[in-house]
Design a protein around this ligand. Structure first.
Ligand code: ATP
Ligand code: MG
Ligand code: MG
Ligand code: MG
Length: 464
C-alpha cells in the first residue's frame, strides 16, 4: 500500500465516523511563541482543546506536516541513526474535542489497524500509563489484547506538546518488525532497538500545564492521536526502515545521483533525503535561514545536509537540486510546495554558496584536530572556533564527532560563548564600535550582534 493510499484511507475512515477533514496547518505555529515548530497533529488545535477556539465540529482528522528538530521533541540527532526518525514527517491524527474519550479512541485505532490495514494482531503491542487502569482494562477486556502485551510505563506514556499546554496520559501501539531486527518490547531493557516500533500514540487529553508546571483540568476530556505515516508505510510495505518506503525512493535516487554515491542505504544519503523535506517545507512556510530562532534551526539542518553531501564526495552545490524530486513526490499532496519550488531552490542555493566558502577550511581544521586528539574529547575552543569562524553549528560538529566516536567538550564551548558575550558587553560599555568591527572583520555572512544574541537560543536548542 502506497503512502498516499494510507493517508487517504485514514482520512476516509475517520470521516465516515463523523470527523471533519482539516487540511495541514503551517509548520510555524500560529500565535505560539513558546513552540518552535508544529511538532504534532494537535498543535493547530491547541486552543480548541483549551476551549478558547470554538469550531463547528467536535471531531476532526488531519494529515499534519511536522518538524522535530529543536525544542521539546528534537529528533535531529536521531536522523541517520535510527530506522524510524525524521526531522520532517506526516502525522495522521483523529481528534475529539470533548466528544468521545478512551473507549472509542482505542476501538477506532484498533479497528483501523487490524481491519482496514489488516495488520496481524500477533505483531501488535500496546503501552499505557502506569496510573491508567481504565485504558489497560479497555485493551484487555474490550479489545481482547493479551495482557502480556500490555506494558505499563511512566514518562513515555505522558504526552506533552511542550513545557506548557494541553497534555495527558497516553497509550501507544507498537509493531513488531520481527526477530531479524535488534530490540525488545516497550518497557524491556532492549526497547531502544528498532524491532518494536511505535506507530500510533493515543493521547487522553485531560490537562493544561501552566508556566509553573501545574496541571489544570481541561474544560472537557478530549482525544488527540498521532500515527506516523512513514512508519505505517514501512509496516505496510514490508520494509523495516522508513527510508525504504515509496516516498523516499525517488529522493534517495536523486541524492545518489547528485553525490555520485550509489548505495542508497548509506546513512549520509538518508540524512540528505530527510533534510531536504524539512528544509523545503520550512521555506514553504516562510522560514528563512538566519542566525537566530527558527531561521537558525533551518540553517543548521541545511548545513548538516551539505556536510553529509561533502562527506560523500559531492562537488559544488547539490542540495537545492533535490527540490525537483521532492516536488515530483509530494507536490500533488502539497500544492504549496509546488508553487514555492523556485523560491526554495533559490534560498537553498544561496545558503549552499555561502557555506561552501567556509566548509572546506572548517573541515580541514576539524580533521586536523581529530587526528591530533590524544584524549577522546574535542576541546571547547575548537568547537567554538569552528562555530565562530567557519559557521559550523554545534550539532554539525557533534555529528562529525559522533561518526568518529569522539565526544565534545560542551561546557568548554559554552564558556567560550560566554566569554565572547562578555567581550562584546565590555566593548559596548566603552562606546567602542565593536559591532561594526566584527562586521568588518567577518567577510562571511556572520555579523556581530546577530551572532551573539543568537547564542542563548542556540544554547536552549542544544540543551533541549
Ligand atoms: P519515538 O518514541 O519513536 O521517538 P514519540 O513517542 O516521540 O516516538 P509521539 O510524540 O508519540 O512520538 O508522536 C506520535 C507518532 O508520530 C509516533 O507514534 C510515530 O508514529 C510518529 N513519529 C514521532 N516522531 C517521529 C519522527 N521523528 N519521524 C517519524 N515519525 C515520527
Ligand atoms: Mg520521540
Ligand atoms: Mg515514544
Ligand atoms: Mg509516543
Amino acid at each position: 500500500m502506497k503512502s498516499a493510499a494510507i493517508r487517504q484511507a485514514f482520512l476516509n475512515y475517520f470521516e465516515e465516523r463523523g470527523h471533519t477533514i482539516v487540511p495541514s496547518a503551517s509548520l510555524v505555529p500560529e500565535n505560539d511563541p513558546t513552540l518552535l515548530f508544529t511538532n504534532a497533529g494537535m498543535v493547530p488545535f491547541k486552543d480548541v482543546f483549551l476551549g478558547r477556539d470554538p469550531r463547528p465540529y467536535v471531531r476532526a482528522t488531519s494529515a499534519q506536516r511536522c518538524v522535530r528538530a529543536g525544542g521539546k521533541h528534537n529528533d535531529l540527532d536521531n536522523v541517520g541513526y535510527t530506522a524510524r526518525h525524521h526531522t520532517f514527517f506526516e502525522m495522521m491524527g483523529n481528534f475529539s474535542f470533548g466528544d468521545y474519550f478512551k473507549p472509542d479512541a482505542i476501538r477506532f485505532a484498533w479497528t483501523f489497524i487490524t481491519e482496514v490495514l489488516g495488520l496481524p494482531k500477533e505483531r501488535l503491542w500496546v503501552t499505557v500509563h502506569h496510573s491508567d487502569e481504565e485504558a489497560a482494562t479497555i485493551w484487555v477486556d474490550e479489545i481482547g489484547v493479551d495482557p502480556a502485551r500490555v506494558s505499563r510505563l511512566d514518562e513515555d506514556n505522558f504526552w506533552q506538546m511542550g513545557d506548557t499546554g494541553p497534555c495527558g496520559p497516553c497509550s501507544e501501539i507498537f509493531y513488531d518488525h520481527g526477530p531479524e531486527v535488534w530490540g525488545g518490547p516497550p518497557g524491556s531493557p532492549e526497547e531502544d532497538g528498532d524491532r518494536y516500533i511505535e506507530v500510533w500514540n493515543l493521547v487522553f487529553m485531560q490537562f493544561d500545564r501552566d508556566a509553573n508546571g501545574e496541571l489544570h483540568p481541561l474544560p472537557k476530556p478530549s482525544i488527540d492521536t498521532g500515527m506516523g505515516l512513514e512508519r505505517m508505510a514501512a509496516v505496510m510495505q514490508g520494509v523495516h526502515s522508513n527510508y525504504e518506503i515509496d516516498l523516499f525512493q525517488a529522493l534517495l535516487a536523486a541524492a545518489a545521483e547528485l553525490t555520485g554515491h550509489a548505495d542508497t542505504t548509506t546513512p549520509s544519503l538518508r540524512v540528505i533525503a530527510d533534510h531536504i523535506r524539512s528544509c523545503a517545507f520550512l521555506i514553504v512556510d516562510g522560514v528563512l535561514p538566519s542566525n537566530e530562532g527558527r531561521g537558525y534551526v533551518l540553517r543548521r539542518i541545511i548545513r548538516r545536509a551539505i556536510r553529509h553531501g561533502h562527506k560523500l564526495g559531492a562537488s559544488g552545490t547539490f542540495f537545492h537540486k533535490l527540490v525537483a524530486a521532492l516536488d515530483a513526490e509530494m507536490g500533488d499532496a502539497y500544492p504549496e510546495l509546488r508553487q514555492a519550488r523556485e523560491q526554495i531552490e533559490r534560498v537553498l542555493l544561496k545558503e549552499e554558496e555561502q557555506f561552501a566558502r567556509t566548509l572546506d577550511h572548517g573541515m580541514g581544521l576539524l580533521e586536523a584536530a581529530l587526528a591530533s586528539l590524544d584524549g577522546e574529547v574535542l576541546s571547547g575552543e575548537t568547537v567554538f572556533k569552528l562555530y565562530d569562524t567557519y559557521g559550523f553549528p554545534y550539532d554539525l560538529t557533534a555529528d562529525v564527532c559522533r561518526e568518529r566516536g569522539v565526544t565534545l567538550d560542551e561546557a568548554g564551548f559554552e564558556r567560550e560563548l560566554e566569554a565572547q558575550r562578555q567581550r562584546a558587553r565590555a566593548a559596548s560599555q566603552f562606546g567602542g564600535d565593536y559591532e561594526a568591527a566584527l562586521n568588518l572583520e567577518g567577510s562571511t555572512e556572520f555579523t556581530g550582534y546577530d551572532r551573539l544574541e543568537d547564542h542563548s537560543r542556540v544554547t536552549a536548542i542544544v540543551d533541549a
